[in-house]
Design a protein around this ligand. Structure first.
Ligand code: GRF
Length: 200
């Protein structure tokens, strides 16, 4: 049985597309649903074009009430019997309660070699620090941002002429290769015993 996976996005959804396109007969996951907190996220149409159900749960009407928005998100996930959540450019902080509910079965991709550069603006920070290599990390999501157990990383060189944009493009290509493999690894590892259990 393949694990039923939902991808949460806010934007372009290039990692989402990579996760969908990498599915093969022997892959342990099935992307069954894409959800965005932004109704205008281009990734929604991209998911539909790839044959995956995609829906926005707009955060706007909920204002600052993150818990109420997440309750609406959770209802959609539950209605589809989702077993794993893959965050792919989901730009809204999650409440500790939502994280605890999914802990061990929710992963994220971040465009730096964590623990270096959690948060935003990772490529500019790597260039300013004079780093000679950069990369991306897939990790389990815990309450602290970009801090959960690391599943996999990919490295790319930083070139002398790099701008944040050129470095971002090189890292993004690595993300597209890394994320499908890391999701599959996380699911297969989980079947042998959860790496981090949900909190009570
Ligand atoms: C990626 O760089 C990812 O690492 C970060 O947000 C970006 C999302 O890009 N979390 P896309 O929407 O997958 O194209």
């Amino acid at each position: 049985m393949k694990a039923r996976v939902a991808i949460l996005i806010s934007g372009a959804g290039s990692n989402m597309a990579a996760l969908i396109e990498a599915q093969s007969a022997d892959c342990p996951y099935e992307i069954v649903y894409v959800l965005s907190n932004k109704p205008d996220a281009p990734g929604l149409d991209r998911a539909r074009a790839l044959g995956v159900e995609a829906l926005a749960v707009d955060q706007a009407p909920f204002g600052k009430d993150r818990a109420a928005h997440e309750a609406a998100v959770q209802a959609e996930l539950a209605a589809r019997n989702i077993e794993w959540v893959a965050l792919a450019g989901y730009m809204r902080l999650l409440t500790p309660e939502f994280v605890a509910r999914w802990q061990g079965r929710m992963i994220n991709i971040h465009p730096s070699l964590l623990p270096k550069y959690p948060g935003l603006d990772t490529h500019r920070r790597a260039l300013e620090a004079g780093d000679t290599e950069a990369g991306c990390t897939v990790h389990h999501v815990i309450a602290e941002m970009d801090a959960g157990p690391i599943i996999a990383q990919a490295r790319v060189p930083v070139l002398a002429a790099d701008t944040p944009e050129s470095l971002a493009a090189r890292v993004l290509e690595a993300e597209h290769r890394l994320y499908p493999a890391a999701l599959a690894d996380a699911i297969m590892a989980h079947e042998k015993g959860p790496r981090i259990a949900p909190e009570a």
